[in-house]
Design a protein around this ligand. Structure first.
Ligand SMILES: Nc1ncnc2c1ncn2[C@@H]1O[C@H](COP(=O)(O)OP(=O)(O)O)[C@@H](O)[C@H]1O
Ligand SMILES: [Mg+2]
Length: 374
């Protein structure tokens, strides 16, 4: 029998749970042409949510285009990725696209090479010079196509903060913002996992993307939701798990969506008919083992003050700069504490929630406590 749990991919309907409110909000924004920015740590479910909503609202008159900037390193690649995605999504035949291209990219047409593959495979490769000269036409292409075809387009851009790493990115941001803010038939949904970079882009008054759209901070999924989801998935596959055991899975991973699915999967695999305490324990160890290499690597790069500070955080110390904490965890001076804290925040190992430092990755925290906690 196949596992009823899913991790490592965006989740499709049977494995998708909760998010009713966020679905409603995002879907309404898509339909009402409101730009949305979604921020959460990685693996909390941004891509899954966007895909889910995209599938729901996709209709003849509303096209959703998704691109991922994860591996995009330059402005040139960005324009190419965006333009090609727009082409692919808005024309069903190569001929149709060539027509649109001729009409809306007049000045560029002689310069681009269109590669005709099978019917969906039209792509073009624009060089640096062309992009520099005609970026505005490229950015306005979706708007023009949308108007021409009398449709609405939603462009979803994953790992959007990556544009902040391109050279001369401020100029790019300005160009994007000034083109996009005039688009009437194209709505943007921009999301990313590097929270600090995302906040920098969208929350800082001096930046071009300030107040570009509605900010949505995606929360984790609640313990209650996990309990019913996990119980349901076990039941469906004729295996037994108690409410308390399902709760324990959620608690072990602090309701982290990816890990909740991964640990549930391990428990499910290890269970013949009925979950036991021993199975829960063993599965948690397997979860730690599977991720250990990554965690070792992460810890290897840290200095002693940083490690000591993580020990304090793992022990739930709240006053990290207090004399008592500094002494107990050998943190040196309060200046050392601030420096170490900032490094850990930059490396996205910890985050500050309501003024308290916490680990971002709950399984890393568990591993850290077991291996380096003392
Ligand atoms: N709504 C959800 N219901 C159940 N599991 C989810 C949900 N959203 C995310 N997950 C779990 O988290 C994993 C990571 O989700 P993903 O959408 O890729 O996160 P992100 O884009 O924020 O990095 C998924 O593979 C799945 O295991
Ligand atoms: Mg994602």
């Amino acid at each position: 029998m196949q596992t009823p749990f899913n991790f490592g991919r965006t989740v499709k309907s049977e494995c998708f749970t909760n998010r009713e409110q966020e679905i409603k909000k995002l879907s309404s924004n898509f339909q009402n042409r409101i730009n949305t920015i979604i921020i959460s740590p990685r693996r909390w479910g941004k891509s899954s949510l966007v895909e889910k909503v995209a599938a729901q609202v996709r209709a003849k008159s509303l096209k959703v285009i998704t691109i991922d900037l994860f591996g995009t390193r330059t402005e040139e690649e960005f324009y190419n990725t965006l333009t090609n995605a727009v082409i692919k999504a808005t024309s069903s035949k190569a001929e149709e696209w060539i027509e649109l291209g001729k009409k809306f990219l007049k000045s560029i047409t002689p310069k681009f090479t269109v590669e005709l593959g099978d019917k969906h495979n039209v792509s073009m490769e624009l060089d640096h010079e062309t992009i520099k000269k005609y970026y505005k036409e490229l950015l306005d292409l979706p708007e023009k196509v949308a108007k021409e075809k009398n449709i609405d387009i939603v462009i979803c851009i994953d790992e959007f903060q990556n544009i902040g790493t391109f050279s001369d990115h401020l100029a790019l941001q300005k160009r994007l913002r000034s083109a996009w803010q005039h688009h009437e038939r194209v709505t943007y949904c921009l999301y990313g996992s590097k929270q600090h970079m995302m906040m920098e882009l969208f929350n800082k008054q001096s930046n071009p993307f300030y107040k570009f759209g509605e900010l949505l901070y995606l929360p984790k999924i609640t313990e209650q939701k996990w309990i019913s989801y996990i119980s349901r998935q076990f039941q469906k596959t004729k295996k037994e798990i108690s409410t308390l055991q399902a709760a324990k899975i959620a608690q072990t991973v602090k309701c982290h969506p990816y890990y909740a699915q991964q640990l549930s999967h391990l428990v499910w695999i290890n269970t013949d008919k009925k979950v036991t305490e021993a199975i829960l324990f063993q599965s948690t160890q397997e979860l730690l083992d599977q991720n250990a290499i990554l965690y070792f690597k992460e810890a290897e790069d840290l200095n002693n003050t940083e490690l000591n500070l993580m020990r304090a955080i793992a022990k739930n110390e709240k006053q990290l700069s207090s004399r008592d904490t500094i002494q107990r965890y050998r943190l040196g001076t309060s200046a050392n504490v601030i420096k170490a804290k900032n490094t850990l925040i930059d490396k996205e190992i910890i985050d500050i929630h309501n003024g308290v430092a916490v680990f971002i990755d709950p399984v890393f925290e568990l591993w850290f406590t077991q291996h380096l906690g003392n």
